[in-house]
Design a protein around this ligand. Structure first.
Ligand SMILES: Cc1cc2nc3c(=O)[nH]c(=O)nc-3n(C[C@H](O)[C@H](O)[C@H](O)COP(=O)(O)OP(=O)(O)OC[C@H]3O[C@@H](n4cnc5c(N)ncnc54)[C@H](O)[C@@H]3O)c2cc1C
Length: 406
């Protein structure tokens, strides 16, 4: 049965949700509080559609490794402990998920969701959604430590889709990083992984949605409050708004939106940084590369190079911390010397990954019959957006009753 559905949030998750619901024939109103879509965590992210590289941050050994990182300035992870129950609750649940079996179980869930999304995105492209520098670039993950590399090799399930490479083969496949070969243990290449510009993807979705008479874009701030035990009420800028269903996809802010409903969403903002460089064309890598030890991703988007990195815990704000930016610039200069030799602007950006402790997003029904969640996509929101949108659509159409993390 076709319904009128309000989607709260115009990031990559909300827009993808709206797009999938419109394709399924529903009437959709998308509510966004910013002056335009895609300006939150989805703006200048790493651009990776890394469908096969979805292992959650929570894993065995991570707490010990993180302690080492925290002691070292310029490390991929920084931790500031605050007098903040939300941070402590999140960290305790995160630590509980830091074991091999939980990591494997959750990686499997994410892999399935990612692959569903890859198929869904391919359908959207085939139907004409374009204009966001999409490429099937392939992804190369570079490892410097042999033990870590061997562990990664042992998790390969399909050698056609994930190939273990020697340092020499890594250099051949992506010459822009060839000078690193002497320091490498090896690499894993996933030829079917993709890259695209997440902000331009959001814009393309909006343009396409606006051409559909069943879609309405409603600028404003959405809020929810209980109407009965089983129904909640939507307001936009304080005005009541009647719809059949509401999908909450407001990224990290979803946590605050559900407080009046007595719901606690286990979300925390993991701050990350990106730079967008415009090097001379011969210096641009073609393949998307992850420097595993430094946790930095490099993706060519059109004629620019997007570099994204860092996980700052206890820094839930959007300020560009000068020391972290300097560290990232040093790291990039060390990894790809001469990349920005003419000192052109590198457009620094920071965003808050809306993360659950386990890394698995919350996709499904709430205890209010008219409210569903599509939140908590953490470091993988772009990769998981289309798959999550398809899942929500199936849930609404009753074909897929379970959801994830109800
Ligand atoms: C540095 C960095 C690099 C990353 N790299 C990658 C990558 O390479 N690949 C990948 O897959 N993922 C990556 N991610 C993760 C990805 O960007 C996020 O998971 C994703 O953008 C989350 O999308 P979202 O729609 O949930 O949130 P957002 O993009 O933040 O969107 C939420 C929207 O809701 C709106 N909103 C909030 N409250 C309200 C309200 N009350 N009323 C109306 N509107 C509201 C906000 O204004 C915002 O527009 C990265 C993230 C960071 C920070």
């Amino acid at each position: 049965m076709k319904q009128h559905i309000a989607v709260i949030g115009g990031g990559v998750i909300g827009l993808s949700t709206a797009f999938a619901l419109i394709r399924a024939g529903h009437n959709v109103t998308l509510i966004e509080q910013n002056e335009d879509v895609g300006l939150g965590a989805s703006y200048a992210n790493g651009g990776q559609l890394s469908y096969r590289y979805v292992s959650p941050l929570a894993d065995a050994g991570i707490p010990r490794q993180a302690l080492g990182w925290i002691m070292k300035s310029g490390s991929p992870v920084s931790l500031r402990l605050r007098v903040d129950p939300t941070q402590w609750r999140w960290m305790l649940s995160f630590l509980a998920a830091c074991n091999r079996s939980t990591n494997r179980k959750n990686a499997k869930i994410l892999l399935q969701l990612g692959l569903e999304g890859q198929t869904e995105m391919a359908t959207w492209r085939a139907e004409g959604l374009e204009g966001y520098f999409w490429r099937q670039a392939g992804k190369l993950v570079l490892y410097r430590q042999n033990k870590v590399f061997q562990k990664a090799v042992s998790t390969i399930q399909n050698p056609t889709l994930e190939r273990a490479l020697s340092p020499e083969d890594c250099a051949k496949i992506e010459p822009a990083f060839a000078h690193l070969a002497p320091d490498l243990a090896g690499g894993i290449f996933s030829p079917e992984d993709e890259v695209a510009d997440s902000y331009l993807f959001c814009r393309s979705l909006k343009v396409s949605l606006l051409s559909n008479p069943q879609f309405r874009y409603l600028p404003g701030k959405a809020a929810l409050k209980p109407e009965t035990d089983k129904h909640c009420m939507l307001t936009v800028d304080g005005v009541g708004y009647a719809v059949d269903r509401i999908v909450l996809a407001a990224g990290l802010n979803s946590r605050e939106i559900v407080v009046p409903l007595g719901i606690r969403l286990p979300l925390y903002g993991l701050k990350g940084y990106s730079l967008t460089l415009r090097p001379s064309p011969e210096k641009l890598p073609s393949i998307s590369v992850t420097d595993y030890d430094n946790r930095v991703v490099y993706a060519r988007l059109g004629d620019t190079l997007r570099v994204a990195a860092m996980v700052d815990i206890g820094a839930e704000d959007r300020s560009l911390t000068p020391t972290r930016l300097t560290s990232l610039r040093h790291l990039v200069r060390r990894t790809l010397p001469g990349l920005n030799s003419n000192n052109l602007p590198d457009f620094p950006w920071t965003g808050l990954r809306p993360a659950t402790p386990t890394g698995v997003p919350i996709i499904g029904h709430s205890r209010y019959e008219n409210l569903l969640f599509n939140v908590g996509h953490g470091a993988l929101g772009f990769t998981l957006a289309a798959g999550s949108a398809a899942r929500i659509t199936k849930l609404i159409d009753q074909a897929h009753p379970e959801g994830i993390q109800k």
